[in-house]
Design a protein around this ligand. Structure first.
Ligand code: E4P
Length: 220
Protein backbone atom coordinates (compact mmCIF):
# COMPACT_ATOMS: atom_id res chain seq x y z
CA UNK A 1 0.00 0.00 0.00
CA UNK A 2 1.23 3.48 -0.83
CA UNK A 3 1.59 6.11 1.88
CA UNK A 4 0.83 9.71 1.03
CA UNK A 5 1.18 12.56 3.52
CA UNK A 6 -1.93 14.71 3.88
CA UNK A 7 -0.48 18.16 4.46
CA UNK A 8 0.82 21.30 2.74
CA UNK A 9 3.45 21.96 5.44
CA UNK A 10 6.84 21.58 3.77
CA UNK A 11 8.68 21.08 7.09
CA UNK A 12 6.57 18.01 7.87
CA UNK A 13 6.89 16.73 4.31
CA UNK A 14 10.68 17.08 4.35
CA UNK A 15 10.97 15.27 7.68
CA UNK A 16 8.70 12.39 6.69
CA UNK A 17 10.06 12.07 3.14
CA UNK A 18 13.54 11.60 4.62
CA UNK A 19 12.35 8.23 5.97
CA UNK A 20 11.94 6.98 2.39
CA UNK A 21 8.43 5.84 3.28
CA UNK A 22 6.47 8.62 1.60
CA UNK A 23 5.05 7.81 -1.83
CA UNK A 24 3.20 11.07 -2.41
CA UNK A 25 1.43 14.07 -0.93
CA UNK A 26 -2.14 15.33 -0.91
CA UNK A 27 -3.12 18.92 -0.28
CA UNK A 28 -6.49 20.62 -0.24
CA UNK A 29 -7.56 24.28 -0.02
CA UNK A 30 -7.94 24.11 3.78
CA UNK A 31 -4.44 22.67 4.22
CA UNK A 32 -2.96 25.31 1.89
CA UNK A 33 -4.81 28.09 3.79
CA UNK A 34 -3.26 26.84 7.04
CA UNK A 35 0.25 27.44 5.67
CA UNK A 36 -0.49 31.13 4.91
CA UNK A 37 1.75 30.74 1.85
CA UNK A 38 1.38 31.17 -1.91
CA UNK A 39 -0.20 27.99 -3.37
CA UNK A 40 2.18 27.68 -6.31
CA UNK A 41 5.23 28.24 -4.11
CA UNK A 42 3.98 25.52 -1.77
CA UNK A 43 3.52 23.12 -4.69
CA UNK A 44 6.96 23.87 -6.11
CA UNK A 45 8.54 23.20 -2.69
CA UNK A 46 6.68 19.92 -2.29
CA UNK A 47 7.51 18.71 -5.79
CA UNK A 48 11.19 19.45 -5.19
CA UNK A 49 11.14 16.98 -2.29
CA UNK A 50 8.65 14.30 -3.36
CA UNK A 51 8.90 12.46 -6.68
CA UNK A 52 5.56 10.67 -6.34
CA UNK A 53 2.07 12.07 -6.97
CA UNK A 54 1.34 15.47 -5.39
CA UNK A 55 -2.36 16.36 -5.38
CA UNK A 56 -3.31 20.00 -5.92
CA UNK A 57 -6.97 20.98 -5.83
CA UNK A 58 -8.78 23.34 -8.16
CA UNK A 59 -10.95 26.11 -6.68
CA UNK A 60 -13.27 26.59 -9.67
CA UNK A 61 -16.61 24.81 -9.55
CA UNK A 62 -17.59 24.61 -13.23
CA UNK A 63 -16.02 22.51 -15.97
CA UNK A 64 -14.16 25.17 -17.97
CA UNK A 65 -12.72 26.86 -14.90
CA UNK A 66 -11.61 23.54 -13.39
CA UNK A 67 -9.91 22.55 -16.63
CA UNK A 68 -8.18 25.93 -16.91
CA UNK A 69 -6.96 25.77 -13.30
CA UNK A 70 -6.07 22.10 -13.65
CA UNK A 71 -3.87 22.77 -16.67
CA UNK A 72 -2.11 25.60 -14.77
CA UNK A 73 -1.52 23.40 -11.73
CA UNK A 74 -0.22 20.56 -13.90
CA UNK A 75 2.41 22.90 -15.34
CA UNK A 76 4.11 23.16 -11.93
CA UNK A 77 5.66 19.68 -12.21
CA UNK A 78 5.20 16.36 -13.95
CA UNK A 79 4.07 14.67 -10.72
CA UNK A 80 1.16 17.03 -10.01
CA UNK A 81 -2.21 15.30 -9.76
CA UNK A 82 -5.11 17.70 -10.28
CA UNK A 83 -7.76 17.29 -7.63
CA UNK A 84 -11.36 17.95 -8.61
CA UNK A 85 -14.49 17.57 -6.47
CA UNK A 86 -16.92 14.76 -7.09
CA UNK A 87 -19.60 16.84 -8.78
CA UNK A 88 -20.98 16.54 -12.32
CA UNK A 89 -18.67 19.32 -13.43
CA UNK A 90 -15.81 17.68 -11.57
CA UNK A 91 -16.45 14.39 -13.38
CA UNK A 92 -16.57 16.16 -16.74
CA UNK A 93 -13.37 18.05 -15.92
CA UNK A 94 -11.79 14.76 -14.86
CA UNK A 95 -12.58 13.28 -18.24
CA UNK A 96 -11.20 16.33 -20.10
CA UNK A 97 -7.99 16.51 -18.06
CA UNK A 98 -7.41 12.75 -18.17
CA UNK A 99 -7.81 12.76 -21.95
CA UNK A 100 -5.16 15.49 -22.06
CA UNK A 101 -2.80 13.15 -20.18
CA UNK A 102 -3.11 14.92 -16.81
CA UNK A 103 -3.48 12.75 -13.70
CA UNK A 104 -6.66 13.47 -11.73
CA UNK A 105 -7.67 12.73 -8.14
CA UNK A 106 -11.44 12.94 -7.69
CA UNK A 107 -11.98 14.05 -4.13
CA UNK A 108 -14.85 14.33 -1.63
CA UNK A 109 -16.13 10.85 -2.48
CA UNK A 110 -18.76 9.53 -0.06
CA UNK A 111 -20.53 6.73 -1.96
CA UNK A 112 -19.74 3.69 -4.12
CA UNK A 113 -21.61 5.15 -7.10
CA UNK A 114 -19.55 8.32 -6.92
CA UNK A 115 -16.39 6.20 -6.95
CA UNK A 116 -17.64 4.20 -9.92
CA UNK A 117 -18.26 7.41 -11.88
CA UNK A 118 -14.82 8.78 -10.97
CA UNK A 119 -13.26 5.60 -12.32
CA UNK A 120 -15.31 5.76 -15.52
CA UNK A 121 -14.29 9.40 -15.92
CA UNK A 122 -10.65 8.30 -16.06
CA UNK A 123 -9.47 9.33 -12.58
CA UNK A 124 -6.01 8.16 -11.56
CA UNK A 125 -7.20 8.26 -7.92
CA UNK A 126 -10.52 8.49 -6.14
CA UNK A 127 -10.48 9.79 -2.56
CA UNK A 128 -13.18 8.39 -0.26
CA UNK A 129 -13.24 10.35 3.03
CA UNK A 130 -13.54 7.77 5.83
CA UNK A 131 -13.17 10.07 8.84
CA UNK A 132 -15.88 12.47 7.71
CA UNK A 133 -18.28 9.53 7.25
CA UNK A 134 -17.43 8.23 10.74
CA UNK A 135 -18.12 11.77 12.01
CA UNK A 136 -21.75 11.48 10.88
CA UNK A 137 -22.17 7.93 12.25
CA UNK A 138 -21.67 6.18 8.92
CA UNK A 139 -19.06 3.44 8.54
CA UNK A 140 -16.24 4.99 6.51
CA UNK A 141 -14.41 1.71 6.09
CA UNK A 142 -17.55 0.01 4.74
CA UNK A 143 -17.30 2.44 1.83
CA UNK A 144 -13.70 1.36 1.15
CA UNK A 145 -14.78 -2.30 1.20
CA UNK A 146 -17.59 -1.56 -1.27
CA UNK A 147 -15.36 0.37 -3.66
CA UNK A 148 -12.66 -2.34 -3.54
CA UNK A 149 -15.25 -5.01 -4.31
CA UNK A 150 -16.73 -3.03 -7.21
CA UNK A 151 -13.40 -2.10 -8.79
CA UNK A 152 -12.23 -5.70 -8.50
CA UNK A 153 -15.31 -6.81 -10.46
CA UNK A 154 -14.16 -4.88 -13.54
CA UNK A 155 -10.62 -5.18 -14.86
CA UNK A 156 -11.10 -2.00 -16.90
CA UNK A 157 -11.48 0.11 -13.74
CA UNK A 158 -7.88 0.89 -12.89
CA UNK A 159 -8.50 3.94 -10.68
CA UNK A 160 -6.59 3.68 -7.41
CA UNK A 161 -8.47 3.87 -4.12
CA UNK A 162 -6.82 6.61 -2.08
CA UNK A 163 -8.24 6.42 1.44
CA UNK A 164 -8.57 9.98 2.75
CA UNK A 165 -9.73 11.76 5.89
CA UNK A 166 -7.75 9.31 8.00
CA UNK A 167 -7.92 10.15 11.70
CA UNK A 168 -6.06 7.35 13.50
CA UNK A 169 -3.77 4.33 12.96
CA UNK A 170 -6.66 1.84 12.91
CA UNK A 171 -7.98 3.48 9.75
CA UNK A 172 -4.64 2.63 8.12
CA UNK A 173 -4.71 -0.99 9.33
CA UNK A 174 -8.25 -1.44 8.02
CA UNK A 175 -7.41 0.17 4.68
CA UNK A 176 -4.49 -2.23 4.26
CA UNK A 177 -6.63 -5.24 5.22
CA UNK A 178 -9.17 -4.27 2.58
CA UNK A 179 -6.47 -3.80 -0.04
CA UNK A 180 -6.82 -0.07 -0.66
CA UNK A 181 -4.15 1.16 -3.06
CA UNK A 182 -3.06 4.13 -0.94
CA UNK A 183 -3.75 6.01 2.27
CA UNK A 184 -3.21 9.71 2.74
CA UNK A 185 -2.21 10.23 6.34
CA UNK A 186 -1.85 13.44 8.38
CA UNK A 187 1.73 13.89 9.69
CA UNK A 188 0.69 13.42 13.33
CA UNK A 189 -0.92 10.06 12.55
CA UNK A 190 2.00 9.04 10.31
CA UNK A 191 4.42 9.56 13.20
CA UNK A 192 2.37 7.24 15.40
CA UNK A 193 2.34 4.35 12.92
CA UNK A 194 5.78 2.98 13.77
CA UNK A 195 5.43 3.42 17.53
CA UNK A 196 4.76 0.71 20.08
CA UNK A 197 5.51 0.91 23.83
CA UNK A 198 6.78 -2.69 23.84
CA UNK A 199 9.33 -1.72 21.17
CA UNK A 200 10.58 1.11 23.40
CA UNK A 201 10.68 -1.07 26.53
CA UNK A 202 12.34 -3.93 24.69
CA UNK A 203 15.00 -1.68 23.20
CA UNK A 204 15.77 -0.12 26.56
CA UNK A 205 16.26 -3.58 28.12
CA UNK A 206 18.48 -4.75 25.24
CA UNK A 207 20.69 -1.67 25.48
CA UNK A 208 21.01 -1.98 29.25
CA UNK A 209 22.10 -5.62 28.91
CA UNK A 210 24.43 -4.79 26.03
CA UNK A 211 26.25 -2.20 28.15
CA UNK A 212 26.95 -4.96 30.69
CA UNK A 213 28.96 -6.86 28.07
CA UNK A 214 31.41 -3.95 27.77
CA UNK A 215 31.66 -4.62 24.00
CA UNK A 216 31.37 -2.33 20.97
CA UNK A 217 30.29 -3.34 17.47
CA UNK A 218 31.41 -0.42 15.28
CA UNK A 219 35.01 -0.50 16.50
CA UNK A 220 37.16 2.46 17.46
C1 E4P B 1 -7.76 14.26 1.19
O1 E4P B 1 -7.14 14.38 0.16
C2 E4P B 1 -8.07 15.37 2.10
O2 E4P B 1 -7.04 16.31 1.99
C3 E4P B 1 -8.11 14.97 3.55
O3 E4P B 1 -7.81 13.61 3.74
C4 E4P B 1 -9.31 15.43 4.28
O4 E4P B 1 -9.19 15.05 5.62
P1 E4P B 1 -10.09 15.70 6.79
O5 E4P B 1 -11.46 15.13 6.70
O6 E4P B 1 -9.39 15.29 8.06
O7 E4P B 1 -10.07 17.19 6.56
Amino acid sequence: MKFFVDTAEIVDIRELAATGLVDGVTTNPSLVAKTGRDFFAVLRDICAVVEGPVSAEVAATEHDGMVREGRRLAEVAGNIVVKVPLTWDGLKACRTLAQAGIMVNVTLCFSPNQALFAAKAGAKFVSPFVGRLDDVSQDGMALIRDIRLIFDNYAALTTEILVASIRHPLHVVEAARIGADACTVPPAVMRRLANHPLTDNGLEAFLTDWQKTGQTIAGA
